[in-house]
Design a binder for this molecule. Structure first.
Ligand SMILES: Nc1nc2c(ncn2[C@@H]2O[C@H](COP(=O)(O)OP(=O)(O)OP(=O)(O)O)[C@@H](O)[C@H]2O)c(=O)[nH]1
Ligand SMILES: [Mg+2]
Length: 449
């Protein structure tokens, strides 16, 4: 799916990583590449221009966090803007109320009936009791088509063969359907969004009161999906879109971005004719996959302003166990640099939240960080994990390897020892930190409590 777009975008990212530095020329080149890739995928030109402007503006207006290279930052901006183009946050269908009712609407051949079967299988897999209801009295053999799918999937099917009134069908099964967790309602389509179709859908929706009215759109119509999504949204108030046939069309990007632009979230995508060929649509994962960046999350974590909760917890646990090494020190320092994080770490250590580190301490460490990072890049794993092994001879080796003065490396080790001592004192407090230890520590930092 979207192989061409994917390979073009990957090529562009490779260009960034190979570039010596990020300048205006590179950004312009990158923006041009992305424009071409998106236009080839049938993305609307206005959307493409908007995305280009956003990337350029953000590279000018935003400060690159100091622990992130400009290249990584550029990749992050591209990634985030592509996600926004695909609709931003994920909309998850909630199956909480019993029964949750999903009504599928859309034009002829868009994939409603197939999708009803796919959704039934998808949710059955998660342990929901699912039923499908056929209200399409228009297409010949719609009854049999859904009945067969339901049998294959192993869910219950409801429908009345040869009945012409969709509302009557629903009323007939109203009570039986209330026993299911999820009811998926298939409806009739038309060639175009005619008055006839709008009236039928509106009346049926009024009666059924579905929790979700999902518009099924064929992805191969590309950016013209916008018109369809708009029209359906206006007349039937759809709550989400399912884009089908995303396999085997070069225009899938156009359909996705067009639907996203209408403000209606895309909830699922159909990626093949088989019953299992459906995926929840998560813009973040989708773009990540498109760009081929398995470790994009790691990159983003690095660029996050604050240390993540998990990391902070992990660090504080290790600190309390006394397993504090140079990597931890470095992480702690970078966290400090981005302000606030160490306070977060401290909040998790009993008693520590009372302590406020003086500004000078934070600032003096800041300037060292970059040098220390270089030095640490030249250290072995053993040295990082157990800095006691760093002898003067090793300091010289690290200094040579990293181009950092030996004095800075000695200072790093001194800082490490100081931090370790501090932590020992903390541990000395038994369960938490005693008031006495806290005062001692504050004195050490020149703070008067
Ligand atoms: N390749 C591919 N084909 C699909 C996908 N979803 C549906 N189809 C095919 O599209 C055709 C039409 O699907 P239906 O489910 O019958 O469409 P419908 O919206 O119910 O059509 P009407 O009942 O006529 O309104 C079928 O041949 C499906 O196999 C998909 O995700 N990928
Ligand atoms: Mg159908």
């Amino acid at each position: 799916m979207l192989e061409k777009l994917s390979s073009s975008l990957r090529g562009t990212l490779e260009k960034i990583s190979k570039a010596l530095f990020v300048d205006k020329k590179l950004i312009n080149e990158l923006v041009k590449d992305i424009q071409k890739a998106l236009i080839d995928a049938d993305v609307n030109i206005q959307l493409v221009l908007h995305l280009s402007d956003k990337i350029r503006a953000r590279m000018i207006d935003e400060n690159v966090p100091s622990n992130v290279s400009k290249k990584d930052f550029l990749i992050k901006v591209v990634y985030e803007e592509l996600i926004a183009l695909m609709g931003g946050a994920e909309k998850k269908l909630e199956i909480k109320k019993k029964p949750t009712v999903i009504m599928l609407v859309g034009l002829f051949g868009s994939g409603k009936t197939t999708t009803a079967g796919k959704l039934a299988k998808y949710y059955k897999k998660y342990g929901f009791r699912v039923a499908v209801l056929q209200t399409d009295t228009y297409r010949p053999a719609a009854f049999e088509q859904l009945e067969q799918l339901a049998t294959r999937v192993g869910v219950d099917f409801f429908g009345i063969k040869n009945e012409k009134n969709p509302q009557k069908i629903f009323k007939t099964f109203l009570e039986k359907l209330s026993k299911y967790d999820l009811v998926i309602v298939d409806t009739a389509g038309r060639d175009a969004l005619s008055k006839d179709l709008i009236e039928e859908i509106s009346a049926l929706a009024k009666l059924i009161k579905p929790d979700e009215r999902l518009l099924v759109i064929s992805g191969d119509i590309g950016q013209t999906a916008q018109h369809q999504a708009d029209e359906f949204h206006k007349s039937c108030n759809v709550s989400g879109v399912i884009a089908t046939k995303m396999d085997g069309t070069a225009k899938a990007g156009g359909a996705l971005t067009a639907c996203a632009a209408t403000g209606t979230p895309i909830v699922f995508i159909g990626v093949g004719e088989k019953i299992a060929d459906i995926e929840p649509f998560r813009p973040k994962n989708f773009v990540g996959r498109l760009l081929g960046m398995g470790d994009i999350e790691a990159l983003l974590e690095k660029t996050q302003e604050a240390i993540s909760q998990d990391k902070a917890e992990d660090l504080s646990k290790r600190v309390l166990k006394g397993e504090f090494n140079l990597i931890d020190l470095y992480e702690q320092m970078s966290a400090l640099k981005n302000m606030g994080p160490l306070t977060k770490v401290m909040d998790m250590i009993p008693g520590m939240s009372k302590l406020k580190l003086p500004q000078e301490v934070l600032e003096s460490q800041e300037g060292q960080l970059e040098k220390w990072k270089h030095a640490m890049d030249s250290m072995t794993q053993e040295e990082l994990e157990d800095p006691v092994v760093i002898t003067p001879a090793r300091i010289d080796r690290i200094a040579h390897g990293s181009g950092t003065p030996s004095a800075d490396i000695r200072q790093l080790i001194k800082q490490y020892k100081k931090s370790k001592k501090l932590i020992k004192m903390l541990k000395g407090g038994g369960q938490g930190v005693s008031e006495k230890n806290l005062q001692k520590m504050m004195k050490r930092f020149g703070v008067n409590s």
